[in-house]
Design a protein around this ligand. Structure first.
Ligand SMILES: Nc1ncnc2c1ncn2[C@@H]1O[C@H](COP(=O)(O)OP(=O)(O)OP(=O)(O)O)[C@@H](O)[C@H]1O
Ligand SMILES: [Zn+2]
Length: 472
């Protein structure tokens, strides 16, 4: 089953063909650290994290790089308005960003920061000047000359030059209104670095071209970010990088749909954000489920109701996981399996196929979640009462794969529960005896006492299963 992903450049779903067969190199545009991480950012971070984790279980070695923009007009403005040093502002929000990632179980291999790569950025710009793609203006700012790169506009589907205008404040010294800054000459009082063109700082787009290629090479496999970045950011990154390397730079351009509040993008500038910290306190890892509950290319409208629903999925997942851990220890019929169980095994394998097919086909996570939901129903409604070893084993493997992508349970969390499980088993066995002796009152008392401890007993005929209900 080949992994296919939609490429914003070709507007088609394409087979992922990494430059190096078994390694996928992925760069995702990270935050400009001038404010708190919000749940919109979180979606973009989680989608690529889950994709990376899926590619890993498919046997790829994935290198996942996400940058930190720690120098930018927005950071400088914020620092000035608060009378603080810009580095202090950047450090504060970098910390918040990293904490957010760790809460959401997003694992990144490398977080390059712009201010650590000024030398490389200057060298890159110099090559663009030498190759005739960039020019130095009177102020000491350096611009990319868009007309020199004939493929400009293809990524964002902007065929007409009228749609290219950006950075109007530099209009006066640019050859064309749509040329964009690679290096910005500093104004008095602004932070700066020395360069061959005078004191200044890098433009936003150039940093991603330089840092992605430094860590992933001059041709890499996946470049991602939210759809808000297609133009101008990614269009510009592509232009300057292809000009530099003289050929195709990125295999697949991926873009995540935005988290919306009503019909507006959730964004710091619109003041409609839900900070990730707050949301995590309320919904925890259910946020991951919510992020993946709609296709990654579609917008995701913020809704408490949808988050509550994701929370129920999350709780069921955690509880089913712990149930499976117990069933694994109690499994029966190790040497002979009945025909009807073989039929069940086939169904489980079909579910596993659905799981992989949906994720391989443009990372269709809602379809994947539907398959996991069916699996959870099977475990709770069937397997719990008759834990046939072969079925438990197959279900467990599929559950592990699902958890590898969803990251909802830490494997280690469950092992400490073994002792409690054996005690509950003892009580359930005694209760079975009581029921067979028709001592129902006593049996019911045991059931309600256990329920108060969060252990729910469910009877089916004389058989009883239980689940430890965690409210998360
Ligand atoms: N509402 C959103 N939904 C999904 N992804 C988002 C959203 N806002 C930003 N992102 C993504 O998060 C990453 C970091 O964003 P960045 O810091 O550039 O946001 P920003 O544009 O400064 O934020 P804001 O729009 O809130 O001012 C980028 O990949 C961006 O595409
Ligand atoms: Zn970027």
């Amino acid at each position: 089953m080949e992994v296919k992903l939609y490429n914003t450049l070709s507007k088609e779903v394409e087979v992922l063909r990494p430059v190096e067969e078994s390694t996928v190199k992925m760069y995702v545009c990270g935050p400009t650290v001038y404010d708190y991480t919000h749940i919109g950012h979180g979606r973009t971070y989680v989608v690529y994290d889950a994709l990376k984790k899926y590619l890993s279980i498919r046997g790829y070695n994935v290198i996942h790089v996400m940058n930190i923009t720690d120098i930018d007009d927005k950071i400088i403005r914020r620092a000035q308005s608060e009378g603080r040093d810009w580095r202090e502002v950047a450090d504060e929000y970098t910390k918040d960003y990293l904490e957010g990632l760790s809460k959401l179980k997003v694992t990144i291999d490398h977080h390059p920061r712009v201010t650590d790569h000024i030398k490389e950025i200057i060298e890159f710009i110099q090559v663009l000047i030498d190759k005739g793609y960039a020019y130095v203006a009177q102020s000491g700012s350096v611009y990319f000359e868009v007309d020199k790169y004939p493929d400009y506009g293809r990524l964002s589907g902007r065929a007409s030059k009228e749609l290219w205008n950006q950075e109007p404040e530099f209009l006066g010294e640019k050859k064309k209104p749509y040329d964009f800054a690679l290096w910005k000459a500093s104004k008095p009082g602004e932070p700066y670095w020395e360069s061959p063109w005078g004191k200044g700082r890098p433009g936003w787009h150039i940093e991603c071209s330089v840092m992605s290629s430094r860590y992933l090479g001059g041709r890499f496999d996946i470049h991602g970010g939210g759809t808000d970045l297609i133009f101008p950011h990614h269009e510009n990154e592509r232009a300057q990088s292809e000009a530099y390397y003289g050929g195709r730079w990125v295999g697949i351009w991926m873009h995540t749909g935005l988290v919306m509040v009503g019909s507006d993008k959730m964004s710091k500038s619109l003041g409609n954000i839900v900070p990730l910290k707050e949301a995590f306190d309320k919904w925890g890892l259910a946020l991951r489920v919510w992020y993946l509950s709609s296709h990654y290319r579609k917008p995701l409208v913020f809704s408490e109701e949808a988050l509550e629903q994701s929370k129920r999925f999350y709780e069921r997942f955690v509880n089913t996981w712990s149930l499976l851990t117990r069933l694994e220890r109690e499994a029966v019929d190790r040497h002979y399996v009945r025909d009807e169980d073989i039929a069940q095994a086939r169904k489980l394998l079909e579910l596993r196929n659905r799981f992989h097919e949906s994720l391989s086909n443009d990372f269709n996570t809602p379809e994947m979640l539907a398959a996991v939901n069916e699996l959870m129903s099977f475990v709770n409604r069937e397997l719990a009462y008759r834990p046939v070893h072969m079925l438990v084993s197959i279900a467990r493997k599929l559950f592990r794969e699902a958890n590898a992508v969803l990251s909802l349970v830490e494997e280690a969390e469950t092992s400490t529960e073994e002792e409690v499980d054996s005690l509950v088993k003892l009580i359930v066995d005694v209760r079975r005896e009581l029921r067979s002796l028709k001592l129902y009152e006593l049996a019911d008392r045991i059931r309600s006492e256990l329920m108060r401890q969060g252990i729910i007993l469910q009877d089916k005929g004389l058989e009883t299963t239980w689940i430890k209900k965690k409210t998360l």
